[in-house]
Design a protein around this ligand. Structure first.
Ligand code: GDP
Length: 296
């Protein structure tokens, strides 16, 4: 289960507060010290942790909370609200094109789950009776095109491909043209990832972006990689301008750092989370539900 350690620790800190009839400033300070350690151990960015703890303290110490009948509960409420804010507050929905198709460009490093997430998104739209064209633009990874074709077949969703000899920029443009001509609701472009961020990859992604003017540029990041995921997101955002993040492998043993700091560091909302290898394992991301899950 994802961030089990963090949840357990947060719940134990909150339990202590809830049990108190009267909460002193010293109690709050002690609780916040523990919260700080728990977040750092969950691999949350240290600046994010510092700001978070300061905000909670500011709202709690010397305020109404301390005089209320259930101060412990009130502190928990503030922590819950601030955690929700940290992860983006309201749920961030996908941008929609005024005229179909809505163009979604999937970007990210290799192995993060880009191709799988492209298929999952097509499945997600299919359940809403929307038609998607998948575009096989990952021409560098052997088998990526075939992987998308197999996914498409299993979902009964068409895949546009020009093989691996054509340039991804041309493939993306022609794919979007086809989707427009044939009245698809969505077109999802699977692009090539590398093991590391490099100039050539970014240059190519920028060219694709210029050609197809996407409504969404979704970065796929692997939750298991913690702070690395956040650094990757920061870098992609600076160079490409992201509209959202898909956080994958949340079903694994992740400590939670990426989920908790990606929005704060990059200001890019997490729009979906991947919770398994199957095509149905994709969920819209709700910051409030995630905060409640962590606090128990
Ligand atoms: P790409 O190189 O970014 O296109 O990555 P793939 O889509 O090929 O995914 C890499 C591996 O991660 C595959 O084995 C996927 O089944 C797996 N994967 C993708 N998303 C998830 C997820 O949310 N949970 C789990 N457990 N595995 C995932």
């Amino acid at each position: 289960m994802a961030f089990e350690g963090l949840s357990e620790r947060m719940q134990s800190i909150m339990r202590k507060l809830r049990g108190k009839g009267k909460v002193t400033e010293a109690d709050v300070k002690e609780a916040m010290r523990e919260v700080r350690l728990a977040l750092l151990e969950a691999d949350v960015n240290f600046r994010v942790v510092r700001d978070f703890v300061n905000r909670v303290k500011e709202r709690v110490v010397g305020q109404e909370v301390m005089r209320s009948l259930t101060p412990g509960q009130q502190v928990i409420k503030v922590v819950n609200e601030e955690l929700t804010q940290l992860m983006g507050g309201e749920r961030s929905k996908l941008n929609q094109a005024l005229r179909s198709p809505t163009v979604i460009m999937m970007v990210g490093l290799q192995g993060t789950g880009k191709t799988t997430s492209s298929g999952k998104l097509a499945r997600y739209f299919q359940k809403q009776n929307r038609r998607t064209l998948l575009v096989a633009g990952d021409v560098y990874r052997p088998a990526a095109i075939r992987q998308l074709e197999v996914l498409g077949e299993s979902l009964d969703t068409p895949v546009f491909s020009l093989g691996d000899q054509e340039s991804p920029v041309v493939i993306a443009r022609r794919g979007v043209e086809k989707a427009r001509e044939e009245g698809f609701d969505y077109v999802i472009i699977d692009t090539a990832g590398r093991l590391h961020i490099d100039e050539e990859m970014m240059g190519e992604l920028r060219k694709i972006r210029e050609q197809v003017s996407p409504d969404e540029i979704l970065l796929v990041v692997d939750a298991m990689t913690g702070q690395d995921a956040v650094n990757v997101a920061e870098s992609f955002n600076q160079q490409l301008g992201l509209t959202g993040v898909v956080l994958t492998k949340l079903d694994g043993d992740t400590r939670g750092g990426a989920a908790l700091s990606v929005k704060a560091v990059t200001d890019c909302p997490i729009k979906f989370v991947g919770t398994g290898e199957k095509t149905d394992a994709l969920e819209p991301f709700f910051p409030d539900r995630m905060a409640s899950r962590i606090l128990g």
